[in-house]
Design a protein around this ligand. Sequence first.
Ligand code: ZN
Ligand code: ZN
Length: 353
Amino acid sequence: MKGSMKGAVLPGNSTVAFRQYPIPEPGHGQVLVRMKSSTICGSDIRAIYREHLGKGPEGYQGVIAGHEPCGQIVRCGPGLRRFAEGARVIVYHISGCGICYDCRRGFMISCSSPLRAAYGWQRDGGMAEFLLAEEKDLVPLPNELSYTDGAQVACGFGTCYEALEKIGISGNDTVLVTGLGPVGLATLMLAKALGARTLIGVDVVTERIDLARKMGLVHHSLPFDEHALGRVRELTGGRGCERAIDCSGKDDARRLAVQATRKWGKIALVGEGGSIKFDPSPDLLHDQKTIYGSWVTSIWLMEDLVERLVAWTLHPEALVTNRFPLEKADEAYRLMADGRCGKVAVVFDEEMK
Ligand SMILES: [Zn+2]
Ligand SMILES: [Zn+2]
């Protein structure tokens, strides 16, 4: 395909710059995806947008941004095995080497080969009119889901689902989520679909607490303060929650997640960065609790999630509070960095409604 396209890069000073690129030509095992929806992840803000803080897998190499891409295949390179022109696809946002221990488990996120490259970090991502992707990184997007549903599966929803599957959620459980940004909201949405009995959300930002309540994702929403632990215990007959997921990455909130979990309970840590300080004997050991770490997800679980979203008639798109065309990507990132919003999407064609 001849011609050029516009792409957005993040120079690192809380701005967005636009550049023109030639439309890529797919090689062997590759496809050209016409972008339909590209959502912004908290990691983009934390590690790239304000300052290029990311190292290693989070090192940003000045490429087209956006690691939650979803679109339609418009051109195929030779040697494709599953996908064809016209297919609606989600791009698992890390392209791994494909044959290391982690890639063979489907966790390309953990691939440490020098061949590993994440879309929007080390190779061009979704903030452009077209994206060059490897066929092996694609997950089919069913017709029942919109492209904006699919974009969020590419990182955010996949990440939440992985953590929830690790700790297991059932109708036995009161689930506490600390941090009600897009990842926290997605976690609540999925925990509810998995049958959680009671959902409790905690955040410091009033707008986020209000949003979770307005979207019907919490039975109880609490401001994060010195009373939060007491309030959670009050709401759970003094025992605490069966399951807790930290989506904030903040020391205090993680401690709350650990302390507010009842005996034999399970905690998943999803929020990145920061640290955690708690007293192991009273807070963990004596109560027989387990903490799980969870980083993104595997590509097979992403396929499972997509299938289940259809079965649950659940639309991640419901978390999108703001949509922008590519030309206004600077406004989109600014709003996301401000944090007083749900999920922010850059959308194209029919997704611009
Ligand atoms: Zn992400
Ligand atoms: Zn690998």
